[in-house]
Design a protein around this ligand. Structure first.
Ligand SMILES: [Zn+2]
Length: 536
């Protein structure tokens, strides 16, 4: 077994009870030799802090232990309290190391007493780390895929008309399945599909009727066109379980290719027939009503004059603001507004009516962004800003390269030392084996290092990216300077530069999140917060 030694002295060292660093080391070395273990590293804490986060060597060791290709199987200490003084810390680190398969062994205490509380805490930590450990993510997904194939649920709220039931699988395992909900809900679902298929009712009309009748939604709220639409397109209602449909990289905005979906028929009881479902899909296509295979959202008019569409959000409820023109036939008609989408879809109860005059708001946003862009182009400030942002966002890669450099250095030094000891006759018989092992490890590390370095090269900003951004900024400034800018072009450029615009009514602040992109790569991000009132 390969181990590392960890030694430290405490701040309030009690000479009679505590061994010095060399004495601790010696005890560990002897112990390991007896057991036939190989010490591949020594972490000697010079700092005398009891707090584990103030101990750099400890942190280094833990970081290395967490790596999948860690070079040791156990940490050997003289006494357990060397490892961590605080009970909580101790349990946390031990659980974490356990998870990675690393043991903590004490030279003088054979086994460690564990209180029931410790065991409980460890168990909880295991569950928590399972959620957070990135290494486990793919394993978890595998399990979820398996669940979906067997018709089990992966959590989440079941659709309207269904409930979740937990069924026992063996002694301690349960799985969630969907079962039919109350009779009234089932009837409502059937009624909705019938209205859509045979009565020619649209989403909005169906929602209104339900609201008038006082039928609550699943969450007890009001029905909207989009909740009805979601029902019409939900294959769950014919007993089909579809998982892995949404592309979470696009935050669920896009659907994955159907070939990637995991579909299980008869996963739970159906509420409507497949014929009725298919008829509704056909109707939706005829009416160009969204949904279906491509999951197209309601289409915005291609020649919309509202160029802030898609990036302008309501400060009350965070819905997207949508363009709205009053009828030109009415007196004082032809006005254009941005109105809260939440208000439009779900009404006043959801969001108090919030609208902005189009011209006013566009002028404010254009002015603020123009001055921010001008500032950035002044003296080529943007180049420095982009480089800084790039450095900050790639810190972790740089850190892992530096970590590897340290490890390689350590291995090289250790090999050299042992060789010298062998030459001068001071070495032990097993040194040759250790050297061979360490050399193999060194080779691995060096390969990893070369790979990381390569990765880093790829991360280096191409000059063309910066040139292209500078070019785009100039174009956008010119566009903003035009008397009557082209809304399509403006919308396109804004999409490239700005991820969100929010206007706080009470504080009269405009908040613009700049997000400069080159292809998919984010080159620079910054939030501009400014007073929205225009200088008179
Ligand atoms: Zn709103």
């Amino acid at each position: 077994m390969k181990v590392v030694a960890y030694v430290r002295v405490s701040s309030e060292r009690q000479a009679e009870k505590e061994l010095s660093i060399p004495a601790q080391l010696k005890a560990i070395q002897q112990y390991c030799q007896e057991k036939g273990w190989i010490i591949v590293g020594e972490y000697i804490e010079k700092a005398k802090s009891a707090k584990t986060d103030n101990r750099p060597e400890f942190q280094k060791m833990i970081a290395l232990a967490k790596r999948p290709n860690r070079p040791f199987d156990a940490i050997v200490v003289h006494k357990f309290d060397r490892f961590s003084r605080k009970r909580d810390d101790h349990v946390i680190y031990k659980a974490l190391l356990n998870k990675c398969g690393v043991k903590v062994i004490s030279v003088i205490e054979q086994t460690e007493a564990e209180t029931p509380q410790d065991l409980l805490l460890e168990g909880m930590l295991e569950v928590i780390s399972e959620f957070y450990n990135a290494n486990l993510a793919s394993e978890v997904k595998k399990g979820m895929t398996q669940n979906a194939k067997q018709g089990y649920n992966n959590g989440g709220t079941p659709p309207y008309g269904y409930r979740t039931e937990h069924i026992a699988l063996g002694a301690s395992k349960t799985k969630a399945v969907w079962v039919l909900g109350p009779r009234e809900e089932i009837d409502i679902v059937r009624w909705i599909f019938h209205q859509y298929a045979y009565e020619g009712s649209g989403y909005k009309k169906i929602a209104n009727t339900l609201n008038e009748k006082g039928v609550p939604t699943q969450k007890g709220g009001k029905w909207s066109a989009s909740t009805i639409r979601a029902i019409i397109f939900n294959e769950s209602y014919i007993g089909r379980k579809v998982w892995n449909k949404q592309d979470y990289q696009t935050k669920g905005k896009k659907w994955k290719d159907r070939s990637e979906w995991i579909v299980t028929e008869n996963a739970h009881p159906a509420i409507i027939t497949e014929e009725l479902f298919n008829l509704c899909q056909k109707r939706a296509k005829e009416r160009n009503n969204g949904g279906g295979e491509t999951h197209k959202p309601f289409q915005t008019k291609p020649n919309s004059p509202f160029w802030l569409r898609g990036i302008f959000y309501c400060d009350k409820c965070n819905s997207r603001m949508v363009g709205h023109s009053t009828s030109t036939t009415r007196k004082y008609g032809g006005q254009k507004y941005y109105i809260c989408g939440g208000y439009m879809r779900k009404g006043k109860d959801f969001c108090p009516y919030v609208g902005w005059r189009k011209e006013q708001i566009e002028k404010i946003v254009a002015n603020k962004l123009r001055s921010a862009l001008l500032r950035l182009t002044f003296d080529d400030q943007i180049v420095g800003e982009i480089h800084q942002y790039h450095r900050d966002s790639n810190k972790h890669v740089v850190a892992s390269i530096t970590g590897l450099e340290t490890e390689i250095g350590f291995l090289k030094k250790r090999i050299e030392q042992m060789r010298q000891e062998l030459q001068t006759g001071g070495g032990k018989a097993y040194y040759e084996d250790v050297i061979t092992e360490m050399q193999a490890e060194l080779k691995e590390k060096e390969a990893e290092y070369a790979h990381k370095k390569n990765l880093y090269q790829e991360l280096i900003l191409p000059e063309t990216a910066i040139d292209s951004i500078k070019h785009d900024i100039r174009n956008l400034i010119n566009l903003l300077n035009e008397e009557v800018p082209n809304p399509q072009l403006l919308n396109e450029y804004f999409g490239k530069f700005v991820s969100s615009v929010i206007i706080q009514r009470e504080t009269k602040m405009v908040q613009i999140t700049m997000n400069l992109k080159y292809g998919e790569q984010v080159l620079y991000q910054k939030m501009i917060v400014a007073d929205w009132e225009l200088a008179k």
